[in-house]
Design a protein around this ligand. Structure first.
Ligand SMILES: Cc1cc2nc3c(=O)[nH]c(=O)nc-3n(C[C@H](O)[C@H](O)[C@H](O)COP(=O)(O)OP(=O)(O)OC[C@H]3O[C@@H](n4cnc5c(N)ncnc54)[C@H](O)[C@@H]3O)c2cc1C
Length: 465
């Protein structure tokens, strides 16, 4: 029997929604099944940042590079869902990382910022920081650095990708769980959802942290290193006037404080969470840890959040310590991997590179379908308008990225080598002459100019593979 669909997609998080849009725009007949609402899984539990991940510069530089690269496409195509969110990183005398180290990190981040229309960092005095954030602890405050990110309405990002897919002819089934795979012998031939069979020539498993559960329905396994993350939420959207990155109470990790239309979010935690992602819960210890971390800086911070949100990061199975896990993604072909034709899985990654993940998964499906249609999701906004000229930023070398993913120590050394060189030249510049520190008005002007002028010009070419 011929299949009514070229492609059946499981999962309507940002990744599955991105796949559905990409494939529908290529002219494929697409169905997507989501057991809940668009983006209701990890996407909704994320910190809602379109960012490169400053901290990956410490151990996974190529992920920062790759994610900034695709974030630029997201800014161009989904700009109406994004708000510029400059973050302040206050530094205290007793912090594990001092001003020069943090500034070196942000100078390196500046290399990638132009890819995603981010403004360069600023160095601020303690007084300027205290003026920008009334109520923040001033004892021991030695200054602050700022860096630029985007806040995104994450669930709408998934929903709008699905709308775009629907407009291009895709069938979008919400509240429909893929209960089983349809089989033609060994071949996966679509999914069964409720009483309905959706026959497809290729099926893509884009179920985020549930990809292993879904793969098991076909008799395959996809071990992940799931890491759960909790945010505490206070309804007041402006408990702080600017976003913050604060050293947490363990002095190893950092927590964001994000003012947003969804309230003020504090988090996330980052803890191993093997097992069923549906069983992941916020523990009292996590709540207490986040509260203690924010109350280190704001002694009047209210003790009881209005709500909490928790989700599991869908990190690929890989060797190495938890704090060194790579956020890289991969498309798995279950035909070559497990002898199951007709099934692909897209795993890993971040919301900030969902578009290129979707493109890679759809490329793999097109190869199987014998279609030469190319992805066009970078060319038009989610509303269907042309994005205009696209800057030609280099991507990181895919072979090096793959090589380093399996070698956490080498990956860390690769990142630290860049930081070491950057630190040496940062110190030389500091010795040669202090750069002026920005005051509170300078901070506001710097980021408001970024908003007004839309897309600042690139300042330098990034390096790093
Ligand atoms: C705490 C935390 C903070 C994060 N912060 C950020 C951030 O700020 N920026 C960033 O870029 N990334 C962030 N991430 C990572 C990012 O959220 C994820 O990489 C991304 O949202 C994954 O999207 P997804 O579509 O792959 O998965 P999901 O959003 O989980 O989507 C998978 C979907 O599949 C559905 N599904 C599962 N099983 C079935 C089935 N059998 N049938 C039908 N549907 C099914 C689920 O309902 C779900 O909606 C964060 C992650 C966490 C946990």
């Amino acid at each position: 029997m011929s299949a009514p669909f070229d492609l059946v997609v499981i999962g309507g998080g940002v990744t599955g929604a991105g796949v559905a849009r990409d494939a529908a725009l290529r002219g494929l007949k697409v169905a997507v099944v989501e057991r809940g609402a668009p983006g209701c899984g990890t996407t909704a539990a994320s910190t809602h940042l379109i960012h490169g991940g400053v901290r990956y510069l410490l151990y996974d530089r190529l992920t920062t590079h790759a994610t900034c690269w695709d974030s630029g496409h997201i800014v161009r195509t989904a700009g109406d869902l994004l708000t510029r969110l400059p973050l302040l990183w206050p530094v205290y005398r007793d912090h594990a990382r001092g001003l020069e180290t943090v500034e070196t990190l942000l100078e390196e981040y500046d290399r990638f910022q132009p890819m995603k229309y981010g403004r360069p960092h600023l160095r601020l005095s303690a007084e300027a920081c205290a003026r920008l954030v009334p109520g923040i602890k001033t004892e021991g405050l030695v200054g602050a650095l700022s860096f630029d990110e985007w806040w995104v309405d994450a669930e709408r990002l998934a929903a709008r990708n699905l709308d775009s897919a629907r407009a291009a002819g895709a069938e979008v089934l919400l509240g429909c769980k893929a209960d089983a795979f349809l089989r033609d012998g060994a071949r996966v031939a679509g999914v069964r959802t409720g009483g309905r069979d959706l026959r497809g020539r290729v099926t893509i498993n884009a179920a985020g942290p549930w990809v292993d559960q879904v793969a098991r329905l076909a008799g395959a396994r996809l071990p992940l290193r799931l890491m759960k993350g909790t945010h505490l939420i206070w309804k007041d959207p402006k408990r702080v006037p600017v976003g913050l990155l604060l050293e947490a109470e363990d002095r190893e990790r950092y927590v964001f404080v994000i003012p947003s239309p969804l309230g003020t979010w504090v988090g996330p935690t980052d803890l191993p969470a093997a097992g069923d992602p549906d069983e992941v819960r916020t523990t009292p210890e996590e709540t207490a840890y986040l509260l203690r971390s924010v109350r280190r800086y704001f002694k009047d911070w209210p003790e009881t959040p209005d709500s909490t949100v928790v989700g599991s990061r869908p990190i690929l199975g890989q060797p190495g310590a938890e704090k060194l896990l790579s956020r890289d993604f991969e498309v798995f072909d279950h035909e070559t991997r497990d002898g199951i034709p007709g099934l692909l899985t897209i795993g890993g990654g971040k919301m900030s590179d969902y578009r290129v993940m979707a493109e890679a998964a759809t490329d793999a499906a097109c190869l199987k379908l014998g279609s030469s249609a190319r992805g066009t999701t970078q060319l038009t906004t989610l509303g269907g308008e042309s994005v205009g000229e696209i800057p030609d930023w280099p991507q990181p070398c895919p072979r090096l990225k793959r090589f380093l993913r399996a070698r956490p120590r080498l990956r860390e050394l690769h990142a630290l080598a860049y930081l070491g060189a950057a630190f040496a030249s940062h110190l030389a510049r500091r010795i040669a002459g202090r750069r002026p520190e920005a005051d509170a008005d300078g901070f506001r002007r710097h980021y408001d100019e970024g908003r007004a002028s839309g897309r600042p010009r690139p300042v330098s070419r990034p390096s790093g593979g």
